[in-house]
Write a protein that binds this ligand. Structure first.
Ligand code: UD1
Length: 422
């Protein structure tokens, strides 16, 4: 297991490029199973979650060829003969549960392990299953597995209202519905950029989805889909992470390229309130840190609201703001494992239910810290980059799940991070 040793108090200066989105890539990879010819996906990041999902696909008999140097993935489902996803893969990554909708849509049968808990508490999948039932699936449970059939081999379509709006459930229902015999309507559907991109890819394959980007998706089932060549979106969470990291040191001046400013939603306006200077171009943003960071409270909400995947980074930034502010998560109530670790670095952070109150500005001091999930881990790296002395971040395998070449990219703009095999 690798760890990071970070020498702190380094501003970020220079140019850094964003990789392809992990959370957008995984639904696209599942969608490739629905085609009757190979699909080529470009701008796919080299991340452990991608490698895990490649293996989930391979278990079914699907051919997967990842040209890592070119960030290009070719998926050929022609020999798909084993429509199952085993526990030892699904437990590594919850997005494997997208196989339920994809396999049902592909061949009318799926046996997929239930994902179980997560580092930040329960993450239910009831809406995924209710949605697939509403469009015709017959679902039973057997020893931790979900077994789903489409009577007659194809789902029929139907109407489902999601409450709450869920990214995962919207993806799974879309994957099931595009090749159904009839019409599906998803009300209160997720509008996250990852969902919009999936709809665009499915429509390019021959699906008939309307209302893309709104909260009501209407899907007219079609009998077949064709493989496509499709470019994945930039990772909006990676972009937001580096934007926040740049704001934390007053001498930072960072140009972040290959991003899509539209995908940031309300994050941009909120971020400006901290006093940071943002200069956007078509696919880049220059971030200049303010002399004094203004504390701004946020609540993680569904898109276009503030993303839950950026709340830990924001809380970490607030340790360097001049005053008090809060971070509340309305999506996942328990996603605060980073708070005691920030405390070990000297942060003044008090957690009450799903809100953490942070009093800044505190001079952070390096220490050994460890975290249990992806976004919490990157937040500790960000804290280490402004802390005095040396910070050791343990278990960086979490980072390797979701940030392509994190330390290489950050070191190229001034950070001092060393990866050490333990
Ligand atoms: C969530 C984020 C997504 C992020 C991902 C990984 C939102 C809306 N979604 O997606 O942007 O990339 O985490 O960090 O911010 N829910 C149910 N039943 C279900 C499914 C979900 O009650 O069957 C609830 C969840 O508990 C949650 C809300 O719906 O409170 C949204 O969940 P959902 O969007 O599905 O979460 P993820 O797909 O994990």
């Amino acid at each position: 297991m690798d760890k990071f040793i970070i020498e702190g108090q380094t501003p970020l200066r220079g140019t850094l490029a964003v990789s392809g989105s992990k959370n957008a890539a995984l639904p696209l990879m599942a969608a490739a199973l629905l085609a009757d010819s190979p699909t080529t996906l470009q701008n796919i990041p080299r991340l452990n979650d991608i490698y895990t999902f490649n293996n989930v696909l391979r278990v079914t008999g699907t051919l997967v060829n990842f040209d890592e140097a070119a960030n290009t993935l070719v998926i050929d489902p022609a020999n798909l003969s084993f429509p199952e996803s085993p526990y030892d893969l699904v437990r590594k990554m919850r997005a494997s549960f997208y196989m339920l909708g994809a396999l049902l849509g592909q061949g009318g049968y799926a046996k997929v392990s239930l994902p179980g808990g997560c580092a930040w508490g329960p993450r239910p999948v009831n809406l995924h299953m209710e949605g697939l039932k509403a469009i015709g699936a017959e679902i039973t449970m057997d020893k931790g597995y979900v077994i789903a059939h489409a009577p007659g081999g194809r789902l029929r379509g139907g109407t489902i209202r999601l409450n709450p709006s869920s990214v995962g459930a919207t993806v799974n229902i879309l994957l099931g519905a595009v090749k159904a015999t009839g019409r599906t309507v998803i009300e209160n559907a997720a509008r996250e950029p990852d969902v919009v991109l999936l709809c665009k890819a499915l429509n390019a394959m021959g699906a008939q989805i309307s209302g893309v980007g709104t909260d009501t998706l209407t899907i007219e089932g079609v009998s077949g889909l064709s493989g496509i060549t499709f470019t994945n979106a930039p990772d909006r969470i990676e972009a937001g992470t580096y934007m926040i990291a740049a704001a934390m040191h007053p001498d930072s001046d960072l140009l972040i390229t290959k991003l899509d400013p539209q995908d940031l939603g309300e994050f941009t306006q909120t971020f400006k309130q901290t006093g940071v200077t943002l200069e956007f171009a078509d696919d880049s943003v220059r971030v200049k840190a303010p002399e004094k960071l203004i504390p701004v409270s946020i609540k993680a909400e569904i898109y276009p609201g503030f993303p839950t995947d950026l709340q830990a980074q924001w809380a970490t930034m607030l340790t360097q703001a001049s005053g008090k502010a809060t971070v509340t998560d309305h999506i996942y109530y328990d996603r605060f494992s980073y708070v005691p670790e920030l405390g070990r670095l000297g942060a003044d952070a008090v957690l009450t239910e799903n809100t953490v109150a942070i009093q800044g500005k505190t001079p952070l001091q390096g220490a050994s810290v460890m975290s249990t999930d992806l976004r919490a881990s990157v937040s500790l790296v960000m804290a280490g980059m402004v802390a005095g002395g040396t910070t050791e971040v343990l278990r960086v395998y979490h980072l390797d799940r979701g940030y392509e070449n994190l330390e290489v990219k950050l070191n190229a703009v001034g950070a001092k991070i060393t990866r050490v095999a333990e």
